[in-house]
Design a protein around this ligand. Structure first.
Ligand SMILES: NC(=O)c1ccc[n+]([C@@H]2O[C@H](COP(=O)([O-])OP(=O)(O)OC[C@H]3O[C@@H](n4cnc5c(N)ncnc54)[C@H](OP(=O)(O)O)[C@@H]3O)[C@@H](O)[C@H]2O)c1
Length: 288
């Protein structure tokens, strides 16, 4: 259980904002570590403080007096591991005793999903400091599945016939807030997944039903995937992250299904059909 003040990063974002709201609803005292205080959510018991990942001095000041840190991983960046490790070091220097880190399913030094490697290096750094930790290894966001579809109604990616048990951000937030407010989670690693693994062909069928328009999945080769994303002009590390999201599905690294959300949050996670029914606006861009 957290002792006293909980610092929450990423509170201007989708996941950190959801966790901050849940903590506020539970009456917790928290400090929202944000880059832009004007965008910090206004919540009872929460005060915004300004610091960016990597800015050690600002972070040490921002985290002074906090016992617990929820560290939401930074936006993908070539230097993301350095941003994370500097944030961890500042937290430890400020006296934080427990870091709850939002990691990724299958985090490993050789994970097919290249951004998943950042999470493993961050986890290793946290372990090395000796601070208490809990790692929440999230599957792919269920919320992102509708965004996989191109304007032509086709999901293109090198995912083969692989499966993914994508998990809704609301379910991750329920589990994360339960961890932060509960006992017995220090030293634990939880894999947060949806209720079932599905192929992108099955996802296309659900999206077809939700959008009322034919959506299909085209399994690209790796070469096709890199070629079809070249026009965006993004740096190589970013394109590799996009492509390997799908390649990790093909490799069977994201088909894991656990009961961690149910156990932690006290309710089962929602699946894709339920998510689309509850969030019809998520397919608005597919209806035209
Ligand atoms: N599991 C998945 O499928 C999946 C998919 C995408 C991303 N992710 C990871 O999960 C994280 C949280 O997801 P989300 O949906 O909440 O993302 P989001 O809505 O983009 O929010 C990211 C949050 O992190 C903050 N942040 C990012 N880089 C920062 C930095 N260098 N210094 C300080 N704050 C920084 C952002 O602050 P600002 O508002 O100031 O930008 C924002 O509050 C992402 O950042 C990413 O690492 C996971």
């Amino acid at each position: 259980m957290s002792s006293g003040l909980i610092a929450v990063t990423g509170a201007t974002g989708a996941l950190g904002g959801r966790v901050a709201r849940r903590l506020a609803d539970a009456g917790a005292r928290q400090r929202l570590v944000v880059r832009d205080p004007a965008r910090a959510p206004e919540l009872p018991g929460a005060e915004p403080v300004v610091a960016s990942y990597g800015d050690g001095e600002a972070l040490r000041t921002a985290l002074d007096g906090a016992g617990t840190l929820l560290l939401v991983s930074a936006k993908e960046d070539a230097d993301r591991v350095a941003l994370h490790t500097a944030t961890v070091d500042a937290a430890v220097a400020a006296g934080v005793s427990w870091i709850v880190y939002i990691s990724f399913l299958g985090a490993a030094p050789d994970a097919t999903f290249t951004f998943g490697r950042d999470h493993w290096h961050t986890e290793q750094h946290i372990r090395g400091t000796g601070v208490d930790f809990t790692f929440l290894r999230d599957s792919l966001y269920l919320d992102f599945i509708p965004t996989f579809v191109g304007a032509d109604g086709v999901i293109r990616g090198p995912a083969g016939d692989g499966q993914v048990a994508a998990v809704a951000r609301d379910d991750i937030a329920d589990a994360a807030s339960a961890v932060l407010l509960g006992d017995g989670h220090r030293g634990q690693t939880y894999e947060l997944t949806g209720p079932e693994a599905f192929t992108l062909t099955e996802a296309a069928e659900e999206l077809t039903h939700a959008a009322g328009r034919p959506i299909r999945y085209h399994a690209e080769t790796l070469d096709e995937a890199y070629a079809s994303r070249a026009a965006y002009g993004a740096p190589d590390w970013e394109v590799a992250g996009w492509v390997t999201t799908y390649a990790a599905i093909a490799a069977g690294e994201l088909d894991v299904v656990t009961d961690a959300v149910s156990t932690l949050a006290g309710h089962p996670p929602i699946g894709l059909a339920e998510y689309l029914a509850a969030n019809p606006e998520s397919v608005d861009h597919l209806r035209t």
